[in-house]
Design a protein around this ligand. Structure first.
Ligand SMILES: O=C(O)C1=C[C@@H](OP(=O)(O)O)[C@@H](O)[C@H](O)C1
Ligand SMILES: C=C(OP(=O)(O)O)C(=O)O
Length: 422
């Protein structure tokens, strides 16, 4: 059992300038594209964390040579994916949704499993889509087995991607390697996390793949090679948000260096969200600075496109002066944990007033008190507890180690931020 982590209280407004590690989403897309290219690629500035490790191990299991030297990853040339293999997806959505569409190109049986909670995360849509384009798949959720034959026909699939944008991204990443390419058509409630689909399309184009996204809810990748190349990974802007929130809740000033001028990362939207809550936000010379207000305002906001930011925004809302309504995020019930239930339970557990709605949360201002904060094996639940703990004495997070999914040294970085060190 992990020891509870006493969240440090900020005894003064937080003032710090810091950098954050590489983006999970960009690192894991670059790894998949590098592996699919069959040639030699490098990644610089890559994430070092559990989700990247799981992706590296998955691709190695398929026969891809990969060397890791800190944040530089070298993916070697290979002659095609090999089976049989067993792949551990851990709790990584990017591994469970991005690797199977690639693994169907292997010549042998590939078995997938993951953490207990991963077995509950939505997966059937991807597996049905793979069946529809010619793959043999045994199962509808983790664990499942693919019987690869070395080639996939491809064609057109209609899916309901309202539970996760990763269904679309995973299929598009591999589609160019299918004989007829791949057209993915979405039919259902709106697709969440659209910027993550734009990220997929941008990176496919960077690798020389022809993608047609001119029709809403339809994406077409033409069959053809995926180019090996060198990828420079942007810092993880979603992982920057707890640090920026620290400035917002303490009336301090935090600067994140290396903030990209143009990005598809949804984390960039934190700028507008913090402004709406009363913070002063400046992006200049590749650095983002947030100055916290004397009191935070509540917000009424649709987070469908940036659902990943919900735990940070909910923590801010729990400390705001006015009520907040977070909308458009029913799909968060299928994330690392049911994030709507978890956030409502943990905020309420500290004396707050948070309630689930059909598609989000309502959070009303009530003074909070200390107490346990459960992370539910969810990195962003853990960091949400850390944010609240900055200004509420006596918050202890039961499993801060779960931040290893995307930031293994989160506790040390948090302490360094509090001491003003870089
Ligand atoms: O493609 C990606 O890298 C991601 C897409 C999003 O998933 P959902 O669309 O399931 O929310 C996001 O929440 C997740 O953290 C990363
Ligand atoms: C939803 C998330 O992760 P995953 O990639 O496992 O879906 C997340 O990091 O917020």
């Amino acid at each position: 059992m992990p020891q509870p982590w006493s969240a440090p209280v900020a005894t003064a407004p937080v003032r710090s300038t810091l950098a954050v590690p590489g983006s999970k989403s960009i690192t894991n897309r670059a790894l998949v594209l590098a592996a699919l290219s069959g040639g030699a690629s490098t990644l610089t500035g890559a994430l070092q964390g559990r989700d990247a490790d799981l992706m590296i191990d998955a691709l190695r299991a398929l026969g891809v040579p990969i060397d890791v030297d800190g944040t530089t990853i070298t993916v070697g040339a290979h002659g095609g994916f090999r089976g049989p293999a067993t792949i551990d997806c851990g709790l990584a959505g990017t591994v469970m949704r991005f690797v199977p569409p690639a693994a169907v190109l292997a010549d042998g049986e590939i078995r997938f499993d993951g953490d207990p909670r991963a077995r509950e995360r939505p997966m059937g849509t991807v597996l049905d889509a793979l069946r529809a384009v010619g793959a043999t798949v045994d199962g509808d959720a983790l664990p499942f087995t693919l019987a690869g034959t070395g080639a996939i026909a491809g064609g057109t699939v209609t899916i309901d991607a309202s539970a996760s944008s990763q269904f679309v991204s995973g299929l598009l990443l591999s589609g160019a390697r299918y004989d007829k390419g791949l057209t993915v058509h979405h039919d259902g409630k709106p697709v969440p996390s659209m910027p993550h689909i734009e990220m997929t399309i941008d990176m496919l184009r960077d690798a020389g793949v022809t993608v047609d996204d001119s029709e809403p809810n339809t994406w077409r990748v033409e069959p053809g090679p995926i180019a090996a190349r060198d990828w420079v990974i942007e810092p993880d802007l979603s992982n920057a948000t707890p640090f920026l929130a620290a400035a917002a809740v303490t009336g301090g000033e935090v600067t994140i260096t290396g903030w990209p001028a143009r990005t598809t990362q949804p984390g960039d939207e934190i700028r507008g969200i913090l402004e709406a809550m009363g913070a002063e936000v400046t992006l200049a010379d590749g650095a983002l600075t947030v100055r916290g207000p004397a009191t935070l305002s509540g917000v009424d906001i649709d987070l469908r496109d940036v659902g990943e930011l919900t735990p940070t925004v909910a923590a801010l809302a729990a400390l705001a002066e006015g009520p907040s309504r977070l909308r458009g995020i029913a799909h968060l019930r299928g994330h690392e944990t049911d994030r709507l239930a978890a956030l409502a339970a943990e905020i309420t557990g500290l004396g707050g007033d948070a309630e689930e709605t059909d598609d989000g949360l309502v959070i009303r201002p009530v003074p909070l008190h200390g107490g346990p904060w459960r992370a539910y094996a969810d990195h962003r639940m853990a960091t949400a507890g850390a944010i609240i703990g900055l200004v509420v004495d006596g918050v202890s997070v039961d499993d801060i180690g779960t931040t290893a999914k995307t930031m293994p040294d989160f506790p040390e970085r948090w302490t360094r931020m509090l001491t003003g060190a870089n």
